[in-house]
Design a protein around this ligand. Structure first.
Ligand code: FES
Length: 106
């Protein structure tokens, strides 16, 4: 599953992620700067916050209500494209996904 991360400065990194891993796990495994994932995916930290590219929002769907609550603790500005990347499972339907990294996670 190919995923492209776009940093705040515009720099793009494309990784090839394992199918069925989460977006957070894939970013951490490939040393993508800007996704921390401190709690390991337990929805307890919000350091895996990211913004889904508008073109992909239909396919990723929106956050659950628990996720919305946790996003309130995110360090960077949260908008209607914000998701916790540990809550996004990379299925083949998400091949080519584009994700924008926030300014800060802590
Ligand atoms: Fe902690 Fe996603 S890794 S909330």
């Amino acid at each position: 599953i190919h995923v492209t991360f776009i940093a705040p400065d515009g720099q793009q990194t494309t990784i090839e992620a394992e199918e069925d891993s989460t977006l957070m796990q894939a970013a951490v495994a490939h040393d993508v700067d800007g996704i921390v994932g401190e709690c390991g995916g337990a929805m307890m930290c919000a350091t895996c916050h990211c913004h889904i590219d508008a073109a992909w929002q239909d396919r990723t769907g929106g956050p659950s209500s628990d996720e919305v609550e946790m996003l309130e603790g995110a360090a960077a500005e949260v908008d209607d494209r914000s998701r916790l990347s540990c809550q996004i499972r990379l299925t083949p339907a998400l091949d080519g996904l584009v994700v924008h990294l926030p300014e800060e996670q802590m």
